[in-house]
Design a protein around this ligand. Sequence first.
Ligand SMILES: [Zn+2]
Ligand SMILES: [Zn+2]
Length: 69
Amino acid sequence: MKCPFCLKNNGCVLDENQNCWCFSVRVPKDLLAYIPLGQKGSVCVCQECIEFYRTDKLGFLKVFDFESR
Ligand SMILES: [Zn+2]
Ligand SMILES: [Zn+2]
């Protein structure tokens, strides 16, 4: 599965009926709001992006071009 932001493999194992690491990570709610509608609930944001968003929200939005939305 690919991260909806950086499009890198996020290592999500939801597909395999396992507990994915993403269940134990707290993803900021406002970050979830930026996931494209069609992908909400079915994709995981990768750890890198979560960390990026947490430490530098404005930088994150700039890099992924969400500034104007
Ligand atoms: Zn990512
Ligand atoms: Zn996952």
